[in-house]
Write a protein that binds this ligand. Structure first.
Ligand code: DAH
Length: 344
């Protein structure tokens, strides 16, 4: 028995498998249910009590040796399984990984921010859950006034029986927060998501994105407003189109206007994007109503200002000829992949 054990011990010591299969054969040979160790233990039962005392220890040491050897080898194979074992062809090209692309709304938002940053505007943000004061009252929407119906609102909480907390319907609420918390001059744009209680269709959605602009200082005039916005659309779309201002109404600006550009898709000839009018409205604007300045603690005798607000989706639709608003929020990678890859 001792002779056998000595022979096997040197076999185990010198064992160096080239692959997993050889290691598995080793396991079966020594440690398997019909293996050598099992067999030696069977033989052990038949030896004399005297021999048992000697061989018991030797046999256990031998078993431990085989087990340790197997476990060590297995661990080292498991750590680097691929190379020799699976015979992987290392000359094959690696798996490519796809670079994501920026969402079209992010691209347009960043472009708008870039243009206004060059004019000295800073970027400001505010909460999407707003109270009545910041979304309506401070902006000169009197309570019960029909102007509130211009925007279908998701109210989410009442205070003293009155609707008070809502998902903001426009980013104009950020103007109020900015003016309440600072001192003129203000020159900022405020991008963000807004919500309206509208049925979802190709042309309307219950949430969309706006960029608000605010410029308040001494002697700010409507001419400043027009020049700023002319410059903006030229930077955005180039020279090849016409611009017009139409009088309009917003509670928070007086006078108010809307700005149209000739349809960038049909070049003014008429198409379904511009509802065959040749013009597309791209933003609302006006001189900040003195009541709004006073509501925010700003002296309306000393300061004047202009404001504007635009929908990012509308601008992206025109830029990329996207005809269905739902595409922006469906996360369909076939749509998203079409936009410029992210440059790392
Ligand atoms: N808040 C308006 C809306 O959501 C857009 C707007 C119009 C913003 C005129 C302005 C503005 O700041 O002066 O329809």
């Amino acid at each position: 028995m001792q002779e056998h054990i000595d022979k096997y011990t040197s076999e185990i010591d010198g064992f160096s498998p080239a692959n997993h299969d050889e290691l598995e054969s080793f396991r079966i040979k020594f440690l398997g249910t019909k293996g050598i160790i099992k067999d030696l233990f069977e033989q052990f039962k038949t030896v004399t009590a005297e021999e048992k005392r000697v061989f018991g220890k030797v046999l256990n040491q031998f078993k431990q040796l085989a087990e340790t050897k197997y476990n060590e080898l297995k661990e080292s194979f498991d750590l680097q399984p691929a190379t020799q074992n699976a015979q992987i062809d290392l000359t094959l090209p690696g798996e490519g990984f796809e670079i994501g692309s920026r969402h079209p709304l992010t691209l347009v938002r960043n472009e708008i921010i870039d243009i206004f940053k060059r004019l000295g505007f800073v970027v400001a943000e505010g909460p999407e859950i707003e109270d009545d004061w910041h979304n309506f009252s401070a902006l000169n929407f009197p309570e019960e006034h029909p102007a509130r119906d211009m925007q279908d609102t998701f109210f989410i909480k009442k205070n003293n029986g009155k609707d008070d907390i809502a998902l903001r319907t426009h980013t104009s609420s950020v103007q109020v927060r900015m003016m309440e918390n600072g001192k003129p001059p203000f020159r900022a744009i405020m991008p963000g998501r807004v919500y309206r209680n509208e049925a979802i269709s190709a042309r309307a959605h219950c949430f969309f994105h706006q960029v608000e602009g605010l410029y308040v200082d001494e002697n700010v005039s409507f001419a400043d407003l027009k020049q700023t916005l002319y410059h903006f659309v030229k930077e955005l779309y180039g020279e090849d189109f016409k611009v017009r201002f139409r009088p309009s109404y917003f509670p928070f600006t007086e006078p108010s206007a809307e700005m149209d550009i000739s349809c960038t898709i049909c070049k003014g000839a008429g198409c379904n994007m511009c509802k065959y009018s040749g013009w597309v409205e791209i933003l609302g604007c006006g001189m900040v109503d003195p009541n709004v300045l006073e509501n925010c603690g700003i002296d309306s005798k000393k300061y004047t200002g202009f404001a504007f607000g635009m929908g990012i989706e509308r601008i992206a639709n025109l830029k990329y000829v996207i005809r269905d608003l739902r595409l922006f929020s469906e996360n369909d990678t076939r749509f998203l992949k079409q936009f410029q890859p992210e440059v790392i």
